[in-house]
Write a protein that binds this ligand. Structure first.
Ligand code: 5U1
Length: 667
């Protein structure tokens, strides 16, 4: 290919890749497979390698690889980034509405049109596009001046380097604002890795996002799966807007990801309903939010309302209950996990935090205890984020009396008495028959996302292990009804239910078994990857390290752990006993090609036949996918019993609603 042809093809490829990024990240509705996407990227990289002068900074190949900076430069925002006043109660929010009407001389009965959005607990940034190309990105800083974090923001895949111009041309200049955040799952994974490598843990997703974005080395930021939702603009040249809703929709059409939970609300009553709906969803969202933001929709009214001090009169943050609280540590105990690691746990006076009673909190390891100087008897600040285990943020040293007792992890397992040896930052119990480890392994094996054995809970597990009826995981499948019925708090009927649940778990499929075995570094997702790649437990048992390493997403750490696990005779015996007991190892397909290929589903209400997770798994197995909220991109809303607001929303948007029976037929 000559240079002219290469130039043309490079431009085509960039546009195509940008468009597929938009479909994937903004619309959540990809049209090509990951492999096809990778092929486009490889083609582009190949051509750019052949013609280096054709490389431009807005090419999708140029997100990462910039050298570390010495320091951040400062950036002055053209229009200051304001902060929001808060309301905490319904009455305060109603007063916000009344205040607006008074200011605008409107009748108090009149309904104002608002836009309600989730308030993400992340880090506010501003990104500037000139002629549709990303030029500068900065943190909010003090609202007037922030830090130039352009190179770091460029590594975030959901921030386009080039705006999409299919729907309308890019404006001459666009300053767009949003919140950078880390999903809870990614936050936990990041902390898990830091814990493993002995690094300091981040206290919450917000700190992790801020720490990741304020890195002088953009290659570190690139490794953190940061995400963003855009929510407003600074200066815009070359495009006028009438309403904030118009702003949000236009940002989306330019490829700037907005939150699908945003809503147009007519009147403050709808805003309060929205606040309650989002409050109910708060614990099941993938990211941490701390309230909802309410904004007057009309930009003309926003102008008339203006700002007081540094907060606009036309917007507020209607906050949720805080997720921090203070309490006293009664004692610190060592808890033995399924891999034998001794984890110090603070047992505290129960305290309500964000609607949940908290009485235990992990202290992670001895280094963390020493770093925070946590002692038994201390008053501490506790915080919980989403469904993440509560954390001790810090000790309130001003409340110390001198009676507090420093803590050291024991050098013997508190359960079986075996030596506990130090490995990196951990102490690990060396007892191969340690009942505490076995109990934790059973808990994991039977958990909902693994073999999902209903009824095999903590109390029953205790008895099964203490009475030596279960000495290995596979023993679960050899239990008799008589043995279970003879245990405390068990009767004929409950014993039969347990036996039925154990029987039902035999058909859960290879990926769940692989996850349930508790192989180090093999989580739920890796279980699926391994099951897809090897298809059968025998193939996985005999997999060589090279084969594992050739598998997408499997690195040396996982490969070695899998090899080590399956090379142990005890584990080989376990697999044989599981098979002999009737465990079936079919792969539950998670194919990309299927009869519901590319179709987007939302589930609402209670399904009779399946749990939400099972329904999701089935949909994905035939190529569809499931999202949590209804939008124009949703193909079907499956309405179970007592469908919620999602069905209402589907009606409003004209999205097809199907019954559970219709859904079953479809599958
Ligand atoms: N979703 C959202 N978050 N947030 C934060 N919108 C939004 N708007 C903000 C802020 C500080 O400020 C403007 C209303 C000025």
């Amino acid at each position: 290919m000559d240079k002219r042809a290469a130039d043309r093809r490079i431009k085509e490829l960039r546009e195509e890749i940008n468009y597929h990024n938009y479909l994937y990240y903004v619309l959540d509705s990809p049209e090509i497979s990951d492999a096809e996407y990778d092929r486009l990227m490889q083609q582009l990289a190949g051509l750019e390698k052949a013609y280096p002068p054709l490389i431009t900074t807005d090419s999708p190949t140029q997100r990462v690889g910039a050298p570390p900076l010495e320091e951040f430069k400062s950036v002055t925002h053209t229009i200051p980034m304001l902060s929001l006043s808060n309301t905490e109660t319904e009455e305060e929010t109603l007063e916000f509405d009344r205040r607006i009407k008074r200011f605008l001389h409107l009748h108090e009965e009149m309904g104002i049109e608002y836009v309600a959005e989730t308030k993400l607990d992340g880090l506010a940034v501003e990104v500037v596009y000139e002629g549709g190309i990303l030029t500068v990105g900065s943190t909010r800083g003090d609202g007037f001046t922030g830090e130039d974090v352009t190179l770091n923001l460029r590594t975030i895949k959901t921030i386009p380097l080039n705006l999409i111009k299919r729907h309308e041309p890019a404006p001459e200049r666009l300053e767009v604002r949003g919140e950078v955040f880390l999903k809870l799952r990614d936050f936990r994974e990041l902390n898990r890795k830091r814990e493993e490598s002995g690094g300091q843990l981040f206290a919450n997703p917000r700190n992790a996002a801020a720490g990741s974005l304020r890195q002088l080395n953009p290659n570190i930021t690139a490794k953190r799966p940061l995400d963003i939702f855009f929510y407003g603009t600074g200066e815009v040249r070359g495009r006028r807007f009438e309403t904030h809703w118009d702003v949000l929709n236009t940002l989306k059409s330019w490829g700037l990801k907005t939150n699908p939970l945003n809503r147009l609300c007519y009147g403050i009553g709808r805003v309060i309903e929205y606040y309650k709906e989002i409050g109910n969803m708060r614990d099941s969202l993938e990211y941490e939010i701390d309230g909802v933001v309410v904004k007057v929709n009309s930009l003309e009214l926003q102008d008339r309302l203006g700002a007081v001090a540094r907060s606009p009169r036309w917007a507020i943050a209607y906050k949720f209950e805080p997720r921090q609280g203070t309490t006293k540590i009664l004692k610190i105990e060592a808890h033995v996990g399924r891999t034998g690691i001794l984890t110090p746990v603070a047992i505290m006076e129960p305290v309500r935090i964000g609607g949940v009673t908290v009485s235990r909190s992990t202290l992670h390891n001895q280094d963390e205890i020493d770093r925070k100087d946590v002692r038994a008897g201390d008053w501490v600040l506790i915080q919980r984020a989403g469904d993440v285990i509560p954390e001790v943020v810090k000790v309130i040293t001003s409340k110390r009396t001198g009676e507090e007792i420093p803590y050291r992890l024991p050098d013997r397992c508190p359960v079986c008495g075996s030596d506990a040896l130090k490995e990196d930052v951990y102490y690990r119990c060396t007892g191969i028959n340690c009942p505490a480890q076995l109990k934790e392994r059973i808990r994991h094996f039977a958990s909902r996302r693994a073999m999902d054995i209903e009824g095999l809970g903590e109390k029953l597990t205790e008895q099964l292990v203490d009475k030596r009826l279960v000495k290995n995981l596979s023993d679960i499948y050899y239990l008799t009804k008589g043995q279970i019925a003879a245990l405390e708090r068990m009767a004929d009927k409950s014993a039969q239910n347990i036996i039925d649940a154990i029987e039902a778990s035999k058909g859960r499929g290879l990926s769940r078994v692989v996850f349930a075995l508790g192989i180090r570094h093999v989580g739920e997702h890796t279980g699926k990857v391994l099951a897809q790649r090897f298809g059968d437990i025998e193939r996985l048992l005999s997999a060589r390290e090279e084969e594992l390493l050739e598998t997408n997403e499997i690195g040396p750490e996982i490969a070695q752990s899998v090899i080590k696990f399956f090379s142990q005779d005890d584990n080989k015996k376990e697999i044989k006993r599981l098979r002999d007991a009737g465990i079936r190892f079919p792969i539950i397909q998670t194919a990309r090609e299927g009869k519901l290929q590319g179709k987007v589903f939302v589930l609402t209400g209670t399904l009779k036949s399946w749990t939400r997770d099972e329904a999701k798994e089935r949909i994905e197995s035939v190529g569809g996918h499931v999202t949590s909220s209804v939008s124009e991109n949703t193909d079907f809303v499956v309405a179970g019993e007592e469908p919620g607001s999602k069905a209402r929303k589907a009606k409003e948007l004209g999205v097809k609603i199907i019954t559970e029976d219709e859904f079953l037929k479809m599958l």
